[in-house]
Design a binder for this molecule. Structure first.
Ligand SMILES: NC(=O)c1ccc[n+]([C@@H]2O[C@H](COP(=O)([O-])OP(=O)(O)OC[C@H]3O[C@@H](n4cnc5c(N)ncnc54)[C@H](O)[C@@H]3O)[C@@H](O)[C@H]2O)c1
Length: 350
């Protein structure tokens, strides 16, 4: 049985990836500091699986620590070596992701995201673990240029979070080109992951005030906040509100496994890959679909545009379709239904 290491595995996207990995028969090792998550997400992952197969209980191992601590990472690899377990590949999600926090505290973001990744790669190199899928972001594209982005579109991050995401891509590319080792890297540029596993047992559970649109919509629907603010109704889009490419978190999770399996078979490679549906949904459309699908109102108000916001960001996902034969299959209605089920079953989170 193959062992995969996932950093940030307790978080929103990571917990869904853990589930898919277990489902595909992998053994999973999670590294997480739990600074933006709870160990309960991983307990829930196991709950879902124990219903199917008791044997899977010992197929998920958790290491609580920070990727900025190089010795900690090395101990995880040493531990595995002692147990004669080879780590076939790493899915690297650990990092901080709040744009607003990154503007207030860039040093923290460079340290946690960039230094943490350098540490991880040093240890991977030392232990000859050369396959890595990295969680990059569509936020690095120059959103003033265009609204439909392929992987060669102009890059121009506009905040420290985006800068850290992009320099890590460059770091991986440099390592690959140095040809010291046969590295195999894929940088997945996520568009807007939302939704939750259909069980309603795991989902997005941000600590503190959420930043992203979807948790804000569900918090409004459940009454935690009075109204949902729509920033701008004068954008040059179909209804004046910003357009994004939303992708179900399970479609995103499944993509990681397919890409990792591709890397494991390759000799040496580096590539960037957009992970989105290729479909644009405006903020007003998202609210309407959420209301219609779930039979619940989301009171909303218009407010002024925010500085730094983009008008329209949609993936050209041709590469995802042609190279990996992946077509995200869950609809925007599925995303709204599954995300709302998660919130209703877990109003306080984990
Ligand atoms: N959610 C999105 O909209 C989105 C979009 C594009 C890219 N991403 C990237 O995907 C990754 C996962 O995002 P998410 O939405 O699941 O976020 P999340 O905050 O839910 O998950 C990140 C996990 O990493 C852990 N972590 C953070 N810093 C760490 C450190 N130094 N050492 C160990 N663990 C650490 C957190 O505790 C958390 O469990 C992030 O790198 C994020 O930048 C997310």
């Amino acid at each position: 049985m193959k062992t995969i290491l996932i950093t940030g595995g307790a978080g929103f996207i990571g917990s869904h990836i853990c589930l898919v990995l277990l489902d595909e028969g992998y053994e999973v090792i999670v590294i997480d500091s739990f600074e933006n998550s709870s160990v309960n997400s991983l307990k829930r992952v196991l709950d879902i699986f124990l219903k199917k197969d008791n044997y899977l209980a010992n197929k998920l191992e958790i290491f609580n620590g920070d990727i900025c601590d190089r010795t900690f990472i090395e101990n995880v690899f040493l531990n595995m070596k002692k147990c004669n377990k080879e780590i076939y590949g790493v899915i690297h999600l650990a990092g901080l992701k709040s744009v607003s926090e990154s503007i207030l505290n860039p040093q923290l973001y460079w340290k946690k995201n960039v230094l943490g990744t350098i540490n991880l790669l040093e240890i991977m190199e030392k232990y000859e673990c050369l396959n890595l899928v990295y969680s990059s972001s569509a936020t690095i594209y120059d959103s003033k240029e265009n609204s439909f982005f392929n992987e060669n579109a102009k890059i121009k991050p506009v905040n420290p979070y985006g800068n850290t995401k992009f320099v890590i891509e460059k770091f991986l590319e440099d390592l690959y080109q140095s040809s010291k080792k046969s590295w195999k890297f894929a940088s997945l540029r996520y568009f807007n992951p939302i939704g939750a596993h259909k069980s309603g047992l795991i989902g997005e559970n941000p600590k503190g005030l959420p930043n992203n649109i979807f948790p804000l919509i569900i918090n409004t629907a459940i009454g935690e906040q009075k109204t949902f603010k729509i920033y701008g109704n004068d954008w040059p889009t179909k209804d004046g509100t910003p357009v994004r490419d939303y992708i179900h978190v399970m479609d995103l999770a499944e993509t990681h496994i397919k890409v990792l399996e591709y890397l494991i078979k390759e000799k040496s490679t580096y590539f960037n890959l957009n992970v989105g549906t290729g479909l644009g949904t405006s903020v007003l459309e998202l609210i309407n679909i959420f209301e219609r699908t779930n039979g619940i109102k989301v009171p909303s108000v218009f407010s002024k545009r925010r500085a730094g916001d983009a008008c329209s960001v949609i993936a050209d996902n041709s590469l995802l379709k042609s190279k990996f034969k992946i077509i995200p299959k869950r609809t925007i209605e599925d995303m709204c239904r599954d995300g709302w089920r998660w919130k209703q079953l877990n109003p306080e989170g984990y």
